[in-house]
Design a protein around this ligand. Structure first.
Ligand SMILES: Nc1ncnc2c1ncn2[C@@H]1O[C@H](COP(=O)(O)OP(=O)(O)O)[C@@H](O)[C@H]1O
Ligand SMILES: [Mg+2]
Length: 292
């Protein structure tokens, strides 16, 4: 169990995290929030790349001690961006990472073989990283995060640059790996965590605004999601008055899904809320330019 209590971090005058608290047990956790909400800062604090200004982190009830590196040794980490060594082959890079993590060569070879197969990089394992596509590099970084069978795996936007098939591959892998591990996945794409997350943490302007089960997050939008059938000018009017989150035109008819605390029109029908609806409810008022 990982407990994060009241973490704060500022970069000069910019408050990146102001009151970040959550508890992570076994399973996959989604760390949600738009760009600039503090996800990478949160990960960097957990991995000890940067120090928090205040607050504490407990692992299995004990305050973590940074000094001896024992906590760090339990962590597998995939940063949001990093420079890979282009002259290394895929296999060289993974063995290099295994040495840095202190994994013996035989165990490393077995793990690397199995992970290369899982992430469909087997056929290119001897190719230089310089020739890799963005999606291949992402998968390579995912593999190194899981080397050494870490108890805590932190993945910062792991699916960026992956095509839909690879996203499914990664999602399935994470779901299977979650037994006995804590996997924290930062993303602003709901689909990345839908159906696999056991918990969700929502950050907004550096504050934890939600920490709980995905169903409980979706429930936050209950009573606020409506489906309306509209014609002609009515759509423009609805868009001016409400947050319209989806528009569908079919067979000469247009319908839209919108958020409203009260019934928006005579014919509106209340619909079952989804995680996406709750995300829009929590963050719809934010403009990216406000934060970055
Ligand atoms: N090294 C830094 N120096 C100054 N400001 C930073 C630095 N890193 C992040 N920030 C700022 O902190 C806030 C949170 O950033 P970040 O943790 O990268 O969010 P996210 O990963 O959710 O996009 C943003 O306003 C960002 O501009
Ligand atoms: Mg980030």
């Amino acid at each position: 169990m990982l407990e994060i209590k009241g973490i704060r971090k500022s970069y000069g005058k910019i408050r990146a995290l102001c009151d970040c608290s959550c508890r992570l047990g076994e399973g996959v956790y989604g760390l949600l929030g738009p760009n600039g909400s503090g996800k990478t800062t949160f990960m960097n604090i957990l991995t000890d790349n940067i120090r928090q200004d205040g607050g504490e982190i407990l692992f299995n009830g004990e305050k973590i001690k940074r000094e001896n590196g024992r906590f760090r040794a339990r962590i597998g980490y995939m940063p949001q961006s990093c420079e890979l060594i282009p002259a290394f082959s895929c296999l060289d890079f993974l063995h290099y990472m295994a040495v840095l993590k202190g994994i013996d060569r035989k165990a490393a070879s077995a793990q690397i073989d199995s992970l290369l197969g899982r992430f469909e990089l087997d056929a290119v394992k001897n190719r230089k990283i310089a020739s890799f596509s963005g999606g291949m590099k992402q998968r390579l970084m995912l593999i190194q995060a899981f080397l050494g069978e870490p108890e805590i795996v932190l993945l910062d936007e792991p699916t960026a640059g992956l095509d839909p098939k690879q996203r499914v591959l990664v999602k399935n892998f994470l779901a299977e790996q979650s037994f006995g591990k804590t996997i924290l996945l930062a993303t602003h794409i709901i689909g990345d965590i839908e159906h696999i997350a056991n918990g969700v943490i929502c950050l907004k302007k550096g504050e934890t605004i939600f920490c709980g089960e995905p169903n409980a997050l979706a429930e936050k939008a209950r009573g606020a999601v409506w489906s309306c059938t509209v014609d002609g000018d009515a759509l423009g009017e609805l868009k001016a008055r409400f947050r319209v989150i989806a528009i569908n035109s079919e067979g000469g008819k247009t319908s839209c899904r919108l958020l409203s605390p009260v019934k928006p029109s005579e014919t509106a029908v209340e619909v079952q809320p989804t995680l996406e609806d709750a995300y829009m409810l929590l963050y719809g008022d934010e403009h990216e330019a406000d934060r970055v």
